[in-house]
Design a protein around this ligand. Structure first.
Ligand SMILES: Nc1ncnc2c1ncn2[C@@H]1O[C@H](COP(=O)(O)OP(=O)(O)OP(=O)(O)O)[C@@H](O)[C@H]1O
Length: 251
């Protein structure tokens, strides 16, 4: 008998417009605990906007986002509690330049979660070790490579104890030789059971770790399915064309 899956997020007919420009036309999908959902698709299709609506950096203009069955867009929903449960890693690392690696991973825990210095320190150290940055705790961001800074940013986000991790093209700003270490860190988190939604152009990686692939084009999910199906047997013409361009050099 298969175990019942715990649903964490459920997007229902999500819409987002900027003025007359409807960027998200109808996005519906759900994410269960421990699942890795990857969003792929052509530039401008609405991938980042979908993530930014999920963590409320953007206000959706229609539809519903349920978190554990409750609509986060409802007027009486406590958004601050929700925001603390959704961690996001951006393309840019945005570390505090005047703080060292360890402090970067502690400050949010102390200020927002009210953890003690000792508690925040221990959690930060554990997560920095997970992403392979345990030997750099006293370094300042400017002493680190982009890939190292991004791994610190990941450890910082994880240290906030989120229920869902969002990654918006976390390797796009990196030199190619830095990408592997960041992907390895993400893979470790996936293996540790984190629930993750990521936007990436790293197709081989997406195929390797995802449970579900969403192909977003022109504000809708044009195709979705298991990696094997999407990458090896895409049904839609738009998906086929998009993946064909990657296949030549990546897959
Ligand atoms: N703040 C904004 N104001 C107006 N238009 C916006 C804003 N943010 C995004 N857009 C537009 O929304 C569309 C979708 O953008 P989005 O960044 O979600 O695409 P994407 O699929 O993530 O693309 P890419 O792979 O290039 O990052 C684009 O046409 C973009 O110009």
């Amino acid at each position: 008998m298969s175990e019942a899956k715990e649903q964490i997020l459920n997007l229902k007919h999500l819409k987002k417009s900027y003025g007359n420009h409807q960027v998200l036309r109808d996005i519906s999908f759900n994410v269960n605990k421990g699942e890795i959902v990857t969003i792929i698709g052509p530039s401008g299709g609405g991938k980042s906007t979908t993530l930014r609506c999920i963590n409320l950096l953007e206000e959706p203009t229609g539809g519903e986002i349920d978190f554990h069955g409750k609509n986060i867009l409802a007027p009486n929903f406590n958004r601050n509690i929700y925001r603390a449960k959704v961690g996001m890693v951006f393309q840019q690392f945005n570390l505090f330049e005047n703080k060292n690696v360890l402090e970067n991973c502690m400050v949010g825990q102390e200020l927002v979660l009210k953890r003690s210095k000792k508690g925040a320190h221990d959690i930060a150290l554990t997560n920095l070790k997970t992403v392979g940055m345990g030997a750099y705790i006293n370094a300042k961001p400017q002493q680190l490579s982009g890939g190292q800074q991004q791994r610190v940013a990941i450890a910082r986000t994880v240290s906030m104890n989120p229920e869902v991790l969002l990654f918006d093209e976390p390797t796009s700003a990196l030199d190619p030789e830095m990408v592997g270490d960041v992907l390895d860190a993400m893979k470790k988190l996936a293996k540790a059971g984190f629930t993750m939604i990521m936007v990436t152009h790293e197709m081989a990686f997406a195929r390797d770790i995802s449970d579900e692939i969403l192909f977003i084009n022109d504000g809708v999910i044009a195709e979705e399915g298991a990696p094997e199906q999407i990458f090896n047997h895409p049904k839609e013409k738009v998906t086929q064309k998009f993946l064909h361009n990657f296949k030549r050099n990546e897959l």
